[in-house]
Design a binder for this molecule. Structure first.
Ligand code: DGL
Length: 281
């Protein structure tokens, strides 16, 4: 059990990912829903999720959801394509009174706007394996050629805060070059870590290639769900943000100003058997 339990805080949005990737979604949420308090959990003890089994990621996602609800979250944004692929359906079943907003690779807008008919999709191995991706492809990618790549090592580079170094560039060049040679004109970012390297992707691919970051659409969807439930808070004054990690709190704290434009103290959590507990400092 989480070591502290709060009553629901008005409009509190709970957001999680395996690490810093979901901060690209948090950034969009804070832009579009500034009056909503938010709580972000990075499960850095288990990053990367993308190389784990869907079953394991489902187990983590369920416990993280329990923790966020115990902190008072009214809505959960699964700011991770891998966790959405592994667990979104099961989370909705296990927590029927909680609204969830998840991620799916933005194949639909890509298929609608590509001129060349060739679209690159960058996501983790687990995301490509999940039923969610198969269903997105079946529904929206008819007549479009999809080139998929798992960008090995890229999540770890971004976790380390290396957004434009030699190794990060090498990974992206070896991913994008073959795609460009085959006529890709649109790249879908199917992992929430990747929006942090959009400037580098755009530099390598050129300005004519459209790169789709799903974060703004996910923030709009979150607003719609909050409005439907009568939980939407208007106003522009920035509400509090709390950040937790199951990894190294000082390291994440150092990255936050660069990744979300805010300095926030990070609280450490640890996994205790199968649930999360606050680490005493
Ligand atoms: N940011 C995550 C995603 O959107 C997971 C990356 C990972 O932990 O492998 O898929």
């Amino acid at each position: 059990m989480p070591s502290s339990t709060h009553s629901a805080a008005q409009g509190l949005i709970g957001v999680f990912d395996s690490g810093v990737g979901g901060l690209s979604v948090l950034r969009a949420l804070r832009e579009q829903l500034p009056a909503h308090p938010m709580i972000y959990l990075a499960d850095q003890a288990h990053v990367p999720y993308g190389l784990r089994s869907l079953h394991e990621v489902r187990r983590f996602s369920e416990q993280i959801t329990r923790f966020l609800l115990a902190q008072g979250a009214e809505i959960i944004v699964v700011a991770c394509n891998t966790a959405s692929a592994a667990a979104l359906r099961e989370l909705r079943t296990a927590f029927p009174n909680t609204p969830f907003v998840g991620m799916e690779p933005a194949v639909k807008p890509a298929a609608e706007t590509t001129h060349s008919g060739v679209v690159g999709v960058l996501a983790t191995p687990a995301t490509f394996q999940g039923a969610l991706y198969a269903s997105v492809v079946e529904r929206f990618a008819q007549g479009v050629r999809l080139l998929q790549d798992t960008c090995p090592g890229l999540v770890a580079q971004i976790e380390a805060g290396d957004l434009d170094g030699v190794e990060t560039r090498r990974i992206l060049v070896s991913t994008l070059q073959p795609m460009l040679e085959q006529g890709v004109d649109t790249v879908v970012l199917g992992c929430t870590h990747y929006p942090f390297v959009i400037p580098l992707i755009q530099e390598i691919a050129g300005p004519q290639v459209r790169v789709i970051d799903p974060a703004p659409a996910v923030a709009r969807q979150t607003r719609r769900v909050l409005q439907e439930r009568g939980h939407y808070l208007s106003g522009a004054k920035a509400a509090p943000l709390r950040v937790f990690t199951t990894g190294d709190a000082p390291s994440l704290e150092r990255l936050l100003p660069r990744l979300v434009g805010a300095s926030v103290p990070v609280q450490a959590l640890h996994w205790q058997q199968d649930s999360l507990a606050l680490t005493e400092s």
